[in-house]
Design a protein around this ligand. Structure first.
Ligand code: SF4
Length: 494
């Protein structure tokens, strides 16, 4: 059953919402967006600066607050974002914006007595005391408008904290559903997930620009899971609008310098003469621009170097990003309405990205590879398609039904530990079904969405998870639509 866009997503949303409004008494299971407190301040700042929270807010005093310009991400001491402009109840104010995890950080970090924060026009935060109000005041006792950020779903996959997968309580009812019924559930969950990603990119596009949103999305996809946020930050510190105005080697120097990969230590420990020659080229350009863009050490990008395959080392990912910017004219058209076969277009544009150094090297220090290595492998390309190109095209270009039909044809990515864990929890030892329901990209995405919505919210070892019982509703609805073979509730719950 291939419901049109966004009918399947709505159906999954109704299914999910009916579970949590059904009074199941499941106090230990709550649907909530990921808590802001589980994210670092830098991650939330990156989301803010990328425009993910939008531009319009209601302040803590009920003011209407519009972000006219996000300003610059400060790389030195002082407020987080400088030269910003906000409209508060119609009055335009220019000045810095400070973003903290907790409203009380304003005082505990000493901003209230620091003259550098005197001109701050907005204090953004995610958390605060539940009983007492905390006001933001400058050294001169001027009150600063406050915005408490709503919590948004990151929508790019579940956090990774389950220590081990084990078959869940839903294995039995799922095993009694027909293949078509399970497929329709996965398809609807996948469409819901795609719609969430599309909405995120649409909001980012209207907050920054479609080009910058596409650039950040691609950078995040290149960062894979462990360096997604660092790559997002890098794309914000090196906006595409500035990069494309620079000569190719200058922009590569800008990317590597802003990433923090151009220092004496890298040079001294470089693998060989070729790596030193490459670094020298970049350094000769970087030192001329570094005063304008080099961040304070305390604001350097927190790369994750461990646990990555050698091909995914952050330095190599930044090299791929530089190569991608070299082809920006072609790539930037991917979200346009008249692109017919997106998978072909992406393969043609990105499959043969070329970089003379990075297609032979894993890092600046490692022994080079004897053979050429593709900058973007098949799985990365699929994730670029699934996480960025299709959601962006759906969110911005329209023509949803045609794009959705194309999305359904995307092949699977290699199983990773999250997918393995999700399929084991839902399908247990039934290897045939595990394979059957992970053979397309949309099925894998649907599985991840259910895992995110139910497994990761459950703290009762499945006991209070309402998903198994509510599968009956899914099946009953499917039967009433006449799209699926009949089955009885009793049989399902046996
Ligand atoms: S938590 Fe719910 S959805 Fe996840 S395995 Fe257990 S019963 Fe299934």
């Amino acid at each position: 059953m291939k419901l049109n866009f966004p009918e399947a997503a709505k159906r999954y949303l109704r299914f999910r919402d009916s579970i949590f409004s059904a009074g199941t008494g499941t106090v230990s299971l709550m649907v909530s967006e990921p808590s802001a407190s589980s994210e670092s301040e830098l991650e939330i700042q990156a989301r803010w600066f990328g425009g993910e929270f939008g531009r319009e807010f209601i302040g803590t005093e009920g003011e209407r607050i519009e972000i006219v310009q996000f300003g610059h991400w400060n790389r030195a001491a002082g407020p987080d974002f400088t030269e910003a402009a906000v409209r508060i109840d119609g009055e335009l104010k220019a000045g810095p914006i400070e973003l903290d995890l907790d409203v009380r950080d304003w005082e505990s970090h000493g901003h209230g007595s620091n003259p550098a924060f005197e001109e701050t026009v907005l204090h953004v935060f995610t958390d605060g005391p539940s009983l007492n109000r905390f006001y933001t005041r400058t050294n001169a006792h001027r009150r600063v408008a406050q915005v408490q950020l709503p919590q948004y779903a990151w929508s790019q996959g579940p956090p990774d904290f389950l220590p081990e997968a084990f078959p869940g309580r839903c294995v039995a009812p799922l095993s009694r559903m027909t293949d078509a019924e399970v497929d329709s559930l996965l398809l609807s969950a996948a469409q819901y997930r795609l719609q969430q990603k599309a909405e995120r990119l649409r909001v980012m596009s209207s907050s920054t620009s479609p080009q910058q949103a596409l650039f950040q999305g691609l950078a995040e996809a290149l960062g894979f899971r462990s360096n997604k946020t660092p790559m997002a930050i890098l794309s914000q510190r090196c906006p595409i609008g500035e990069l494309i105005e620079m000569a190719p080697l200058d922009r590569e120097a800008r990317l590597f310098g802003a990433a923090g990969f151009l220092d004496r230590e890298q040079f001294d420990k470089a693998a060989n003469h070729e790596a030193r020659r490459y670094l020298r080229q970049l350094w000769d350009r970087w030192w001329k621009m570094r005063d304008d863009v080099d961040p304070l050490r305390s604001r350097s990008i927190p790369w994750c170097f461990s646990g990555n395959r050698p091909l995914n080392h952050p330095q190599r990912r930044v090299g791929a990003l530089a190569a991608l910017v070299d082809s920006w004219d072609e790539i930037s058209s991917l979200w346009e309405q008249n692109v017919n076969n997106l998978e072909n277009e992406v393969n043609n544009s990105l499959k043969n990205l070329h970089h003379p150094f990075w297609e032979l090297n894993y890092t600046l220090r490692a022994t080079p590879s004897p053979k050429r290595l593709r900058l973007l492998g098949q799985d990365r390309l699929r994730d670029v398609l699934g996480n960025v190109v299709f959601p962006g095209a759906i969110g911005l270009a329209g023509d949803e039904d045609r794009l959705w039909a194309e999305f359904l044809e995307l092949g699977k990515v290699d199983s990773n530990h999250k997918l393995r864990r999700a399929s084991l929890r839902l399908f247990g030892p039934d290897e045939k079904r595990r394979k059957l329901f992970t053979s397309y990209y949309h099925q894998q995405q649907g599985l991840l969405q259910i895992y995110h919505d139910f497994c990761l919210e459950d703290v009762s070892d499945c006991e209070h998870c309402p998903f198994p019982e509510q599968l009956v509703q899914w099946q009953r609805k499917s039967m009433s639509e006449g799209a699926l073979p009949a089955a009885t509730e009793t049989m399902l719950l046996q």
